[in-house]
Design a protein around this ligand. Structure first.
Ligand code: MSP
Length: 510
């Protein structure tokens, strides 16, 4: 591994605009990327668009536009969604760019020259929505197992990649690197797939032209997946900027949906082995967002555009919901009702009210200035201890890609601060002149807890974190904070001027 933390999303097919299933992967990767930046690491977070192949070609044809013109007009619709979701990617690769196409051709030519690619004929069942061949017994009632739509019978002269030749090396890699495919269930699936009848892979097509031309045979274009997978190296400079490539590759994480695990955990590492390049650290497959028990998809007309939720929940509410609601790796059902219920409970009540109560008390009892906590110890000791535990657990959970677990630990702290306030009841202390020291101690501790919370939530809810940070008036920018140091208790300076800001998460009427 290099000293840069390199994380990727899949590159998305631009046959249509995004839905919340696509945004799910991207938001999760953004959260992880932001946390690694907070740890002071160099980060390269990549996303982009997958623009070749039949699926995109058909979408263009249906609209009566040439494919390149179509992709040029739809890509901005993807970029604007990532912007609206506060996605802080470091690069955005389009597979129609020169920096991608040229190196891809070079690598495939190399595989051909060294005998890893040969000409053969292929007969099979193809799902255009998946851009994937299926075996007869993989179909469900004769239909694609993912989209439930008819598959095409295809017979073609194709170039093949000798995938089967990499079977033993792949199995040895899974064995030696149990972390390579996660979670465990997906790893088992991959190991048994490769351990079974691993066939060579058809990597070219002659029936359409929207793809990267096979350099030695102009009748063929490359199978879209063979071109697409290479985005992870071309964006890092492979074939265009070798010096940069050496500082970035291999990637630490490929985040993907479980439907595309085989491409990433079987075909991709085999291609890298053939090219004599290092393999990525981990391919992590998350589950699906379901609607009515099925994978949400545009093909099935169940896709919800992120903007439909952003107007109600705001970007922070949106990001929080999907990462907290579903354990990363499992399927989860989406419903507006449960999203609204969680928003009100976790964000408006537990978190938002906590912040506004503390800031309001600072304003009324101390003219907005953070009080000096008196010497000695009090009931805040438990909070101090818990804050350290939560910071450590958060770190450990994010690094283990247990994203909902990481957020659950933050909310454990939120709950503890709320209980502390109820126990100590500063609103009563404020009525008794001889309890001023206890009041100071309590409000210092509560404000300090908010400072720590602002840092902890910043990777998932960057806007609310910044608002809270500014309301607390803490010196220095939130973006300059580094964990674990910034999470140590006592960072808030007495005398800091706070202000009662607007509600972080206005309650939602359901
Ligand atoms: N273009 C390929 C990926 C190439 S990566 C080298 C592709 N594109 S896609 O647009 O169809 O899907 C991209 C990602 O979105 C996949 O990881 C897929 O799992 C994810 N999702 C699409 N629908 C989804 C849900 N309903 N729920 C969660 N994720 C889903 O595949």
């Amino acid at each position: 591994m290099t000293d840069t933390f390199y994380i990727t999303t899949p590159i998305y097919y631009v046959n249509d605009v995004p839905h919340i299933g696509h945004a799910y992967t991207t938001v999760a990767a953004d959260f992880v990327a932001r946390y690694h930046r907070l740890r002071g690491e160099k980060v390269f977070f990549l996303t982009g668009t997958d623009e070749h192949g039949q699926k995109v070609a058909r979408a263009a044809e249906e609209r009566g536009v040439p494919p390149q013109a179509w992709t040029d007009q739809i890509v901005p619709r993807w970029r604007e969604v990532w912007e609206a979701l506060d996605i802080a990617n470091d690069d955005f690769i389009r597979t129609t760019e020169d920096r991608h196409v040229k190196p891809v051709q070079k690598l495939v030519q190399q595989l051909y020259d060294q005998g890893d690619v040969y000409l053969g004929t292929y007969e099979g069942l193809y799902c255009v929505s998946c851009e994937q061949f299926y075996l007869e017994d993989e179909l469900i009632d004769g239909m694609c197992p993912v989209h439930g739509r008819p598959v095409d019978r295809v017979e073609e002269e194709n170039y093949f990649f000798r995938l089967s030749a990499y079977r033993d090396r792949l199995l040895a890699h899974y064995e030696a690197h149990p972390e390579f495919v996660q979670p465990e269930e997906r790893r088992n699936e991959v190991v048994s797939f490769v351990g079974g009848r691993l066939q060579d892979l058809s990597i070219s097509r002659t029936s359409f032209t929207w793809g990267v031309p096979i350099p030695w045979d102009s009748r063929h274009v490359m199978y879209v997946w063979v071109d697409a997978l290479q985005n992870y190296i071309t964006a890092a400079g492979f074939g265009s900027d070798e010096e940069r490539f050496a500082t970035l590759w291999p990637a630490d994480y490929h985040f993907v949906g479980k439907d595309i695990i085989r491409f990433h955990a079987v075909i991709w590492p085999a291609m890298l082995m053939a090219a004599d390049l290092p393999l990525p650290g981990t391919v992590f497959a998350h589950g699906w967002l379901l609607v009515g028990g099925e994978k949400m998809s545009k093909t099935k007309l169940t896709g919800i555009h992120p903007s439909e939720l952003l107007k109600d929940f705001g970007v922070d509410g949106y990001r929080y919901h999907f990462l907290r609601e579903v354990p990363f790796g499992q399927d989860g059902s989406f419903s507006w009702e449960s999203m609204a219920a969680r928003y009100n409970a976790d964000l408006a009540n537990d978190f938002g009210n906590l912040a506004s109560r503390v800031l309001a008390m600072l304003a009324s009892y101390f003219e907005g200035l953070v009080p000096e906590p008196p010497a000695g110890v009090g009931p805040e000791q438990d909070l101090i201890k818990l804050s350290a535990e939560v910071a450590a657990r958060f770190d450990e959970r994010v690094l283990a890609v247990d994203l909902s677990g990481a957020l659950a630990s933050v909310w454990e702290f939120v709950g503890a601060v709320n209980r502390y306030l109820v126990d100590v009841a500063p609103w009563n202390l404020a009525k008794e002149a001889d309890r001023l020291d206890d009041l100071r101690r309590c409000l210092y501790a509560s404000a300090e807890a908010l400072r720590i919370l602002a840092i902890l939530i910043s990777p998932v809810m960057p806007r609310a974190a910044r608002l809270l940070w500014d309301d607390l008036g803490v010196a220095g920018h939130l973006s300059e904070q580094r964990v674990p140091t910034a999470l140590e208790w006592g960072g808030l300076q007495p005398g800091t001027r706070t202000r009662r800001g607007e509600a972080l998460f206005p309650r939602m009427e359901t």
